[in-house]
Design a binder for this molecule. Sequence first.
Ligand SMILES: NC(=O)c1ccc[n+]([C@@H]2O[C@H](COP(=O)([O-])OP(=O)(O)OC[C@H]3O[C@@H](n4cnc5c(N)ncnc54)[C@H](O)[C@@H]3O)[C@@H](O)[C@H]2O)c1
Length: 281
Amino acid sequence: MIFDRNDQKAVVALLGAGSMGTAIVRRIGAGKKILLGDISETALERVGEDFRRCGYDVVTMQVNALEKANVVAFAQRAAELGPVMYFIDTAGASPNQASPEHIVNLDMVGTGYAVDAFGEVMGVGGAGLIISSQAAYMYPIPNDIELQLVNTPTDELKNVKFIQEVAMQNSGIAYMIAKRMNHLQAQRAAATTWNKRRARINTISPGVIVTPLAYDEFNANGDGYQAMIDASAARRTGTSDEIAEAAAFLLGEHARFITGTDLLIDGGVIASIRTGDFKLG
Ligand SMILES: NC(=O)c1ccc[n+]([C@@H]2O[C@H](COP(=O)([O-])OP(=O)(O)OC[C@H]3O[C@@H](n4cnc5c(N)ncnc54)[C@H](O)[C@@H]3O)[C@@H](O)[C@H]2O)c1
């Protein structure tokens, strides 16, 4: 049976078909053409089939976000499918899953490749969203270094002295810096490449959201996470659907005046840290 006879539908491209990404696409993808990209073919098969069985129009493509050529091909595939009106990037690894090098390469440089590549294909009025992290608020980067980083081309980011000497110290620091870089990458694109295409781009910085990625963190540092949850105003973890709700707003028509900004959704963890009510262990 043909569920949908429309053509030239708006394209939604998702890089990283994991928990948060698929929740966001489910929230905004009805009536659109969905392109799911992930490094895991198994995940793509499973998620693609789930979406199809729920009435969504989905194609999948294996993409390694670490490889610039792969990411460019992914953006081009999206453009072949129709006007690219939504791009969401959730491809990432957390501190207990990977080395500092891998985190810098994936969460920072890979995200940069994606922002650059989609900056060449976004449709007028389109919107993008990068999933950063509350960790972006935990390691202040000096202003002059931020200015240097924001003006460094993606291919050269890894060679910046600050990245080599500070970010590479351990996976936790690499993650905090990479996620702060996501804010700067969105700001740069909002002001330049994406702006030229009249497209918007923002970031969401989630707190502790229960997903497979978060379980890897709990298994390695359960006490630290428990203390963080207990000290937060919300006194609980968050869900991918709560992130998707905010994502739908930022990607949607009521957010047309919002670009180059970050929305922190952490149940109040960073507020507790900033006021000194909670100290990171
Ligand atoms: N879960 C949390 O508590 C939390 C909190 C803050 C930020 N984040 C960030 O949110 C994003 C999504 O996390 P999630 O919890 O939905 O995790 P998830 O593990 O469910 O999703 C991540 C997806 O990225 C894919 N991926 C990994 N490496 C890739 C690569 N090289 N190329 C392409 N795809 C790749 C994985 O296969 C997976 O499907 C990540 O960037 C993570 O750092 C998560």
